[in-house]
Design a protein around this ligand. Structure first.
Ligand SMILES: [Zn+2]
Length: 146
């Protein structure tokens, strides 16, 4: 049995457990009193006192799904991103060194051009790692959204 308190007259009365989630007419004043789901609430009477008589019987909030944690890139993805970034920066530095050599009178010549192209090549070779890193994160976000 569940003890409920009528919000209209304050009279307490008992109803069978099977009436959880439904409503019962108060024997004292005839008001329809919603029967709380006792298993879901520690103190149904206290909550019932706050409820208005015409409120729907579902007094407890439905279970909400836990909010997902913010996505974190995996170790592999992070390693690829760092690897790509290091490659790219190192390549650009080499290319700049080549340009400096090309502009200076002492080092100008085929050697400087070689350094420029090598640096650009290294920089470009780092880009796929960076691209894969972002592609994997993008694909995972799509997979989670479905
Ligand atoms: Zn009553």
């Amino acid at each position: 049995m569940i003890e409920v308190k009528c919000p209209g007259c304050g009279e307490s009365f008992e109803v069978p457990d099977g009436l959880c989630g439904e409503s019962e007419r108060c024997p004292a004043c005839g008001l329809d009193v919603p029967i709380p789901n006792q298993s879901a609430k520690p103190d149904p009477i206290a909550l019932l006192q706050k409820a208005i008589p015409t409120a729907p019987p579902a007094l407890h909030a439905p279970n909400r799904p836990k909010p997902k944690k913010a996505e974190r890139p995996t170790v592999t993805e992070s390693a690829m991103a760092v690897f790509g970034a290091v490659f790219f920066v190192a390549g650009l530095v080499c290319a700049v060194i080549g340009v400096v050599f090309l502009l200076s009178d002492e080092y100008a010549g085929p050697g400087a051009v070689f350094i420029i192209f090598t640096g650009l090549g290294v920089a470009i070779s780092g880009l796929p790692f960076w691209a894969i890193h972002h592609a994997l994160r993008y694909l995972r976000r799509i997979a989670n959204a479905v």
